[in-house]
Design a protein around this ligand. Sequence first.
Ligand code: WT7
Length: 651
Amino acid sequence: MADIESLLKESRTFKPESDFTRQANWNKKKTNEYRKLGETNPTKFWAQMAKQNVSWFTPWKKVLDWKPPFAKWFVGGKTNVSYNCLDRHLEGENSWRKNKAAIIWEGEPGDTRILTYSELHREVCKFANVLKSQGVKKGDRVCLYMPMVPELAIAMLACTRIGAPHSIVFGGFSADALRDRINDAEAKLVVTADGGYRKGAPFALKATVDKAVENTPSIESVVVVERTKQPIEFRTGRDIWWHEAMAEASTKCAPAKLDAEHPLFILYTSGTTGNPKGILHTTGGYLTHVTTTFKAIFDIKDDDVYWCTADIGWITGHSYVVYGPLAAGATTVMYEGTPTHPGPDRWWDLIEKWGVSIFYTAPTAIRTFIRLGDEHPKSHDLSSLRLLGSVGEPINPEAWMWYHRVIGGKRCPIVDTWWQTETGGIMISSIPGAVDTKPGSATKPFPGIEADIFDEEGNTVKGDAGGFLVLKHPWPGMLRGIWRDPKRFKETYWGTYDKTYFAGDGAHRDKNGYFWIMGRIDDVMNVSGHRIGTMEVESALVSSPDVAEAAVVGRPDEITGTAIVAFVSPKGTTTPDDALVGRLKQHVTKEIGAIARPTEIRFTNALPKTRSGKIMRRLLRDIASGKEVAGDTSTLEDFSVLAKLRESDED
Ligand code: WT7
């Protein structure tokens, strides 16, 4: 709880500038009205938002059907996400958007592409027809394992056009991780690319897919985007070049009229135990949630250039690179590569070059740039910026102040947005023209969102106090379940408190009702804003022939938020040396992906355990963060004494 102590010393408050307030989509008055409505009648508030922000083919009969923990929103309503993101910007009073840039894309090598709304519409229709020609039908799952190229957004929208739920797997995941996700979703088709660019060099994707699909019985075809032109193996009969299939495809494809609760996508995320969970999101509620929050929180105007730096493989990219911005008719920037390539000023160069006015990124990136030095942002004209956002983990007040001063030139409001893969869209955030901000606080729940802080017994904590973050009323973007696992859905999110969603985060509410998120309270690590289960890294480690047992914990890290530390007991015949460290890091990278690669591996004869056999993570966490890294990795740490000392109070 030391985190809270330091955060609470933060007392600076920033009022929105009057210049900003005057032009804001949601000013104080409007925000307060919506807050009031959201408090007294959340379904009425969301129904209003669904009418304002989403186009429907058939109106709903019932706003909310809530049989805890199962919610249905806009029951009986019919709509289509790709229709909302594309067609409606080409019609009637919006038809001037036809030639507005929908996506401004820049590749890492510096190549660029701009897709207008009508071009994007054409490409999406074509790819929807390609999917159909490959036998993909409404309800079939499509896996997207791609670099950050426009084809990824095109493929997503094409899936939504025909009602085929997509499952995007972040391009950094390994063949095994990809295979497991494909099998869990029983995807019929994978879209990939030969590769992509990162850190100045091409990386391979198709080779990983080839390996994964050796053991995925459901996959019938693999569509390959040509991006890097690196040599790949091509299996005739199964593999199809994107450009060849697209050349023959018709540009006409009517959007399917889908039920509001039709599955839109599955996205896998880490939990405390077992395999990753396939978080399921559906059509009408999700679209309402992301579009409404996007317009209100990012204050989008038709002449804005909006850039969210997240990879589309994570929920932030789904909701706030693609769906929210396009549904709002905005111009969204997509950048393929590493933030620091070819130089540490690449992002600032992009902001200047494209005139980015709204910028949304993660604290881990901000901290990296702080370390790289102010001269890089200062060497660029960032005056186009007018609003900044943060997401993924708590932003420490120092990073907030730097973001405000150096990037925002002290004139841009900052929206610190708390949400999760499961919530679909932003839940707690400042509204930039209406809410005073405090560095490090996500401020207050969005209207229509009933967030609270509970103690262990499920009582609301009173006054200036901390506890467990919960959501007491269903919201439109809420996950509808875990793919094929309703039992786990109930246990994970609804098993702690009655009819209340348990977010797994600790939080504190100050005397002004501001929320301060303290981070995960379970065994899930937040590494660079992404959740990684300790269990997954442990299973990867023990799948190595050298490892008898492993325990993984997070240690605070200045840049990434959390660094992964693994305690490993090697098998009897294995020598615990530096070579083994290298092998094991490589092994985890292969099993899960580089994102889960341990920063540090420490060897031990035995892991400290309670009498009931539970690993004493708290102890390991202390050791991981307290002690200096031993230069000589061959020293085995012996926890047996410590373990005995702790036995009595850990059971
Ligand atoms: C977890 C969700 C949703 C976007 C990316 C991560 C942490 C997220 C904040 C924030 C403090 C935050 C929480 C949350 N988190 N945003 N603004 N302040 N913590 O999605 O992988 O589902 O992780 O990220 O711990 O539970 P995710």
